[in-house]
Design a protein around this ligand. Structure first.
Ligand SMILES: NC(=O)c1ccc[n+]([C@@H]2O[C@H](COP(=O)([O-])OP(=O)(O)OC[C@H]3O[C@@H](n4cnc5c(N)ncnc54)[C@H](O)[C@@H]3O)[C@@H](O)[C@H]2O)c1
Length: 443
C-alpha cells in the first residue's frame, strides 16, 4: 500500500489554513508541543492513530510528530474526514494519512490495515476499531473482521500476527463507546496491553462531550437542514454528558426539549433540569427533531418510526450508526430514500409520511459540520498527548487494564486552560488547608 490514501492532495493549502485557524484556540496543546519539540518524549515510537480526521486532530498529530513519534493516521468514521486536512497532513507535514470522506466499509478497513501495517508501538483510538481489529487478528477470529481485512490477516504468518501485538506497549482511547468496549475486553480477559481512557478525564468529558457535542450537534443539524429550532419539539435520547449538553443548547435556541432515558437517576436529573421526560414511544408521536446520543443500539426503532409525524427529522450524535435502526425504516418505506439535500435522506413510509434521516445516521456533528470546536479539543487532545507521553514512560509498570488519565495530568490541563483564558482562582490558605484535612472541628 502506498503511504497515503486521501481524496485530493491539491486541497492541502486550504486544509493548512483551517488547521492554523483551529490552532489559535488550542493554547494548551501548543504549550505541550513546544515542550515536546525540545524533550522528544515519543522519540522512536511508531504510533497508529485512528481518529476523526479534523483540523484539531491534525494539530494533535503535529504535536506527536514534534515529540518524535512516527505516525500513521486513519479515519475513525467513514463520514467524519475533512479531506483538505488529510491533504495538508500529507503534503505539508509528511504524515501518512488514510482517510476519505464518504469512504465505504471496505476502504475504511483498508485504511485500518494501513495503521496495522505500520506495526505500531502505541495505538490511539476513537471507538476502539483499531485495537479490536488487532485483537481479532491475534486471536485468529477472522470471521469478526471485514472480509478484505480478514483476507490480509489470514495471509500473515503466525509469528507475524503475534509480533503485530507484541510490538504494542499500550494505547489510548478517546470516546465513551470505545472505553465501554475496552472495559468489556478487560472483563473477558482479551485486552492485551494497557490502555488509557482519555474520555474519562474530567478535562475531557465534562467539556468535550457536554459543550463540544452540545454545540456541534446543533450546528450539524442546522447545517444539514437549515431548520428553525425555536418552537420545535426537540427529542434528546440519552441524558449523559453529550445529552446534557445537547439538551441545554437546544433549549437555548428556543426548542421545547424532551428527554428519553433508561437510567432513573439521569431521568430524574433531566426532570429537575426542567425538561419533559417520557418514553421514546410517547416522544415519537410529538417530536419534530430527534437526536440520539446514547452509545446504545436501536434507540429509534421500527415502532418509533410507525408513530412519528410526517416530516420528522432524525439524527444521531452517538459514536456508531446503530442508534437509529435505518434498515427497519427502509423496510417500512416505499422504494429507495430520496437524497433531498446534502446529508438528508428522505424515506416515505407506506402510509405516506416522510421521515428525514441526517448523515446516514452517523455522528451528525462530524458528518455535516466540523466536529467539536477547537477550544474543547484543546483539552481532549492535551490529554491524548500527555497520556501518550505517560504511556511511553510507564508502560512497563502497567497491567493489561483500562487506566484513567492520572489526576495530576487532568488537573494540570485545567490549570493551563484557565491560565490561557486569563482566569485566576483563589489558593487555599494554610488555615483552610488544615481545617479541610482535620476531623476535630465540628458544630
Ligand atoms: N458526537 C460526538 O462528537 C461525540 C463526542 C463524545 C462522545 N460521543 C459518543 O456519544 C455517546 C454518548 O456519550 P456520553 O459521554 O454522553 O455517554 P454517557 O454514558 O454519559 O451517556 C449515555 C446515556 O444514554 C443513556 N441510554 C442508554 N441507552 C438508552 C436508551 N435506549 N434510551 C435512552 N437513553 C439511553 C444512558 O443511561 C446514559 O445516561 C457515546 O457513543 C460516545 O462515544 C460522541
Amino acid at each position: 500500500m502506498s503511504n497515503y490514501d486521501i481524496k485530493d492532495i491539491n486541497q492541502a493549502e486550504g486544509g493548512r489554513r483551517r488547521m492554523d485557524w483551529a490552532e489559535r484556540e488550542m493554547p494548551v496543546l501548543r504549550s505541550i508541543r513546544e515542550r515536546f519539540k525540545k524533550e522528544k518524549p515519543l522519540k522512536g515510537l511508531r504510533v497508529s492513530a485512528c481518529l476523526h480526521v479534523t483540523t484539531e486532530t491534525a494539530n494533535l498529530m503535529v504535536t506527536l510528530q514534534e515529540g518524535g513519534a512516527d505516525i500513521v493516521l486513519t479515519a475513525s468514521n467513514p463520514l467524519s474526514t475533512q479531506d483538505d486536512v488529510a491533504a495538508a497532513l500529507v503534503n505539508q507535514f509528511e504524515i501518512p494519512t488514510f482517510a476519505i470522506k464518504g469512504e465505504d466499509n471496505v476502504t475504511y478497513y483498508k485504511h485500518i490495515r494501513a495503521a496495522l501495517e505500520h506495526q505500531p508501538h502505541m495505538t490511539m483510538d476513537d471507538g476502539a476499531d483499531l485495537v479490536s481489529s488487532l485483537f481479532f487478528i491475534e486471536m485468529g477470529r477472522f470471521e469478526k473482521l471485514e472480509p478484505s481485512l480478514a483476507g490480509w490477516a489470514k495471509g500473515l504468518k503466525d509469528e507475524e500476527r503475534k509480533q503485530l501485538l507484541a510490538n504494542v506497549i499500550g494505547g489510548t482511547e478517546e470516546t465513551t463507546t470505545g472505553v465501554i468496549r475496552l472495559k468489556a475486553m478487560e472483563k473477558d480477559g482479551v485486552l492485551k496491553f494497557p490502555v488509557i481512557a482519555v474520555n474519562d478525564a474530567l478535562t475531557k468529558h465534562l467539556f468535550d462531550n457536554r459543550y463540544g457535542t452540545g454545540q456541534s450537534t446543533i450546528d450539524g443539524i442546522i447545517r444539514a437542514t437549515n431548520v428553525l429550532l425555536a418552537g420545535k419539539n426537540f427529542v434528546v435520547a440519552g441524558y449523559g454528558w453529550c445529552g446534557r449538553g445537547l439538551a441545554s443548547r437546544a433549549r437555548g435556541m428556543g426548542a421545547q426539549v424532551i428527554v428519553t432515558e433508561i437510567d432513573p437517576m439521569k431521568a430524574l436529573e433531566a426532570v429537575m433540569d426542567g425538561y419533559q421526560v417520557m418514553p421514546m414511544l410517547d416522544a415519537a408521536k410529538i417530536g419534530d427533531i430527534f437526536c440520539t446520543v446514547t452509545g446504545d443500539i436501536n434507540v429509534l426503532d421500527g415502532k418509533h418510526f410507525e408513530a412519528m409525524k410526517d416530516g420528522a427529522i432524525v439524527a444521531n450524535s452517538g459514536h456508531f450508526n446503530v442508534e437509529i435502526n435505518i434498515p427497519a425504516l427502509a423496510k417500512m418505506s416505499k422504494g429507495e430514500p430520496k437524497h433531498v439535500r446534502e446529508f438528508v435522506h428522505q424515506y416515505e413510509t407506506k402510509d405516506g409520511r416522510k421521515i428525514n434521516i441526517l448523515g446516514e445516521g452517523r455522528l451528525i456533528n462530524l458528518a455535516s459540520a466540523e466536529g467539536h470546536p477547537a477550544s474543547v479539543m484543546d483539552m481532549s487532545f492535551a490529554n491524548q498527548a500527555l497520556s501518550a507521553e505517560y504511556m511511553a514512560k510507564n508502560a512497563d509498570k502497567l497491567e493489561k487494564k483500562v487506566y484513567s488519565v492520572p489526576t495530576d495530568i487532568d488537573n494540570e490541563i485545567a490549570r493551563l486552560k484557565l491560565e490561557s483564558m486569563g482566569v485566576k482562582i483563589d489558593i487555599l490558605t494554610d488555615e483552610q488547608l488544615k481545617y479541610l484535612s482535620s476531623w476535630e472541628e465540628g458544630t
